[in-house]
Design a protein. Structure first.
Length: 259
């Protein structure tokens, strides 16, 4: 059943953040989008930063164009205005982060996942790759939780869990809500090639991430966390000072597709 709201400024939202590139953010993001779609929700996808490949997968899954949110190129008001405008008519927004949660421009916080979380007042899932670790994962999580004040990590999705015993070892020291334990699944990720991951049109539709997330993550609790996000102040993004009639042509095919 779809959710109903009076204004796009109250859109439920969740950030899928990660400890580092390759930890499973894209897999969890794709799977969560598919899972929410299967529940009958209209999902608006977003990607932090200027990445052009991940949004093609988001758009194919959600049936809505995935929008980039980049404070460096758009400014904070541009991020807020783009988010609110693109979220119109959606039941929930799922935002995929970039790199590690605190990795920004030239070693600063600017344009990082955490920066966009602050702009949108968005709670986050932290994706942690636990291959080769158990208790050490909690030291990592505590560092991410307390590195910057005012950042809300609402729960953790543990990726690459090796066995039921491995899961039990991780559960032993939990200090934050566990919202998923995703087992090692070799065929779950997106294949890579030059320039990054394969784009959506280069692949057949893959429903596996959604099935895995539905089975191994608490999607209903994630949805409640997204609904707990506070209302956003109306974003004002001024248009051109005078109207102009301009025709713009955009080439779009297998060669011209990096937008």
């Amino acid at each position: 059943m779809a959710l109903h709201r009076e204004a796009t400024s109250t859109i439920p939202r969740i950030m899928v953040a990660g400890t580092h590139s390759g930890c499973g953010k894209t897999t969890v993001s794709r799977g969560l989008m598919q899972a929410l779609r299967r529940k009958g929700l209209v999902v608006q996808p977003f990607k932090v930063g200027p990445d052009f490949i991940d949004p093609t997968h988001h758009s194919a899954i959600c049936g809505r164009i995935s929008r980039n949110l980049d404070p460096f190129m758009m400014g904070e008001r541009g991020v807020a205005a783009t988010f609110q405008g693109a979220s119109a008519g959606a039941d929930i927004a799922v935002i995929e982060g970039v790199m590690g949660m605190y990795d920004g421009l030239e070693g600063t916080a600017t344009a990082s996942t955490a920066h966009v979380m602050r702009i949108l007042e968005s709670p986050a899932l932290l994706v942690v790759d636990v291959m080769g670790m158990s208790r050490s994962a909690h030291a990592l999580i505590e560092g991410y939780r307390h590195f910057e004040p005012g950042i809300e990590i609402a729960g953790v999705v543990f990726n690459q869990v090796g066995s039921s015993r491995h899961r039990a070892m991780i559960e032993e020291g939990l200090s934050i809500r566990a919202l998923g334990f995703i087992p090692r699944t070799p065929c779950l990720g997106v294949d890579s090639r030059h320039l990054g991951l394969k784009m959506a049109f280069e692949m057949e539709e893959d429903s596996l991430p959604g099935a895995v997330v539905l089975e191994h993550c608490d999607v209903d609790s994630i949805l409640k966390i997204a609904q707990s996000a506070p209302p956003l102040a109306a974003a004002y993004f001024p248009g051109p000072s005078c109207p102009a009639a301009v025709t713009i042509g955009v080439a779009r095919d297998e060669a011209f597709c990096f937008y």
